[in-house]
Ligand binder design. Structure first.
Ligand code: SAH
Length: 226
């Protein structure tokens, strides 16, 4: 009884601190668990990260709905289900060092930061990189490092990575990124131009790679740096 009362008190305090907790719980149940994402860590992270603070105020009301949203500069934040699915496929461990290409709003990086040891994320558009870095800092996601740069080059100073995730679609998975993936590592990416497929690539212990196509997707293109 006493434990229950304490639990109830903690729940109510948390809900009062974040009135949108209920919307996130509903998003996870209806859009993410209902479609088959089961990983407990991923579901917890999706319930925890305040997605409404990662989108422009004009669309914040739509943050927990079942679709992608504009984040400025003609870029988009993925639908919650796709973020959860890609995070589950990436199979992040507590000690993983993760590289993300396409920081955008910083939302996917925040989700990853709750599961990984460190997240390094690269964004081509300087304004997006700066605002994401500031947002992540203010919200306390202290194990994320953002840099402005070209994802095609990866982050050689921090390589190799246990996990790599691309949130913009290249025509083919760049070799540089496969080279920066550890043996035993995994990479998740939308791949293709006119039609795109979500691909899970695993690098075996002997250095060879295995590719699996997961489902058709629609991401913004990964642009070559000028
Ligand atoms: N993960 C983001 C959404 C990313 S949208 C989020 O959670 O909000 C894809 C992002 O990839 C865009 O911000 C786009 O500017 C960026 N991008 C496109 N080409 C890139 C490249 N070559 N290198 C780094 N970032 C790139």
């Amino acid at each position: 009884m006493r434990v229950e009362l304490i639990t109830l008190a903690v729940c109510c305090t948390l809900a009062a601190q974040d009135p949108l907790q209920r919307e996130r719980d509903r998003m996870v149940a209806d859009q993410i668990e209902a479609r088959g994402v089961r990983d407990g860590g991923v579901l917890r992270a999706m319930r925890a990260v305040p997605r409404h603070l990662f989108v422009p105020p004009a669309v914040a009301k739509l943050a927990y709905e079942d679709h992608p949203l504009p984040i400025g500069h003609e870029q988009t934040i993925s639908q919650p289900y796709i973020v959860a699915l890609m995070t589950e496929l990436l199979d992040v461990k507590r000690d993983s060092i993760v590289l993300e290409i396409g920081t955008g709003s910083g939302y996917q990086a925040a989700v990853l930061s709750l599961l990984a040891r460190e997240v390094y994320t690269i964004e081509l558009i300087p304004e997006l990189a700066h605002s994401a870095a500031q947002r992540l800092r203010e919200l306390g996601y202290s194990n994320v490092v953002v840099k402005t740069g070209d994802g095609y080059a990866g982050w050689p100073e921090k390589a190799p990575f246990d996990r790599i995730i691309l949130t913009a679609a290249p025509p083919e998975i760049p070799h540089t990124l496969i080279d920066q993936l550890k043996r035993g590592g995994k990479l998740v990416a939308p791949v293709g131009r006119s039609s795109q497929t979500l691909v899970l690539l695993s690098k075996r212990r002997d250095g060879t790679v295995e590719r699996k196509s997961v489902l058709p997707v629609a991401f913004v293109p990964m642009r070559p740096a000028r």
